[in-house]
Design a protein around this ligand. Structure first.
Ligand code: SAH
Length: 233
């Protein structure tokens, strides 16, 4: 696979433009030359083969041909609603969830949560998603949704979605128990301090299925990745 670059502006005709970080990566880090070939992707499933046509300091123009379009996924999309861990563990989790193919990450606000789901955190994580997509060949970005409290998330669950909550000691995750007619799977992961009894009660009342991921207490990011590894079809 050739080097991949993320574009926010669709190519006009057969000409695409890279600006900002993506242009600097191509010119300064990779020291590209006119005529070099790369791939461009738009984060919405399209990928273009491209050839560098001109190089500026912060702007690169490329010639493109017809894009390839990702097939419509047949698997049930997975949303992970996670009480984010802090710092590097948060970034690492987002990188792995992107590689594994999770559709969406919702930062979950919980009583014992440690990391705030601010707009700047959201923007930082969106950059991690782009980097992971560049590296792993994924052409559709994992969405980083705005943070929200557990109660609101549960109140907004769309009809047809299947919701599970990971909590040590519940019954084991049985992928076969997820209805094949589900339109979406939403999996909830708590903070290092765990969900409170009140939060577990709220989830129970909303009909959320409690699941266990084995006999050990996993870090937040391990639990999220284990869920993605088992639930992305
Ligand atoms: N002391 C907490 C552990 C929190 S671990 C407690 O006993 O609840 C952080 C989160 O990861 C948990 O809230 C849960 O969502 C998930 N998790 C960790 N280990 C798990 C396991 N064995 N089974 C299911 N979920 C787990």
């Amino acid at each position: 696979m050739s080097e991949r670059f993320f574009i926010t502006t669709q190519p006009a005709g057969d000409r695409a433009v890279l600006e900002g970080d993506e242009a600097r990566h191509l010119t300064r880090v990779l020291r590209a030359k006119v005529g070099d070939t790369v791939s461009l992707f738009d984060g919405r499933g399209r990928e273009w083969p491209a050839r560098v046509a001109s190089l500026g300091r912060d702007r690169v123009e490329l010639d493109t041909t017809e894009p390839t379009v990702d097939p419509v996924p047949v698997a049930i999309p997975l949303t992970l609603a996670v009480a984010l861990p802090k710092g590097d563990r948060q970034k690492w989790m987002v990188e792995k969830l992107t590689e594994l193919g999770a559709a969406r990450l919702v930062p979950l606000e919980t009583t014992r949560g440690v990391a705030e789901a601010t707009a700047s955190a959201q923007a930082r994580l969106e950059r991690v998603v782009i980097e992971a997509c560049k590296q792993c060949g994924r052409n559709t970005l994992m969405e980083i949704a705005a943070g929200r409290p557990l109660e609101r998330l549960l109140a907004e669950v769309p009809a047809g979605a299947c919701v599970v909550i990971a909590h040590p000691g519940g019954r084991s995750l049985d992928v076969a128990a997820i209805p094949t007619t589900a339109t979406e799977i939403i999996a909830l992961v708590g903070p290092e301090g765990g969900f409170t009894d009140e939060e577990l009660g709220t989830a129970d009342r909303a009909g959320v299925i409690r699941i266990s991921l084995g006999p050990h207490i996993l870090r937040v990011e391990t639990a999220a990745i284990a869920l993605a590894a088992r639930l992305v079809g």
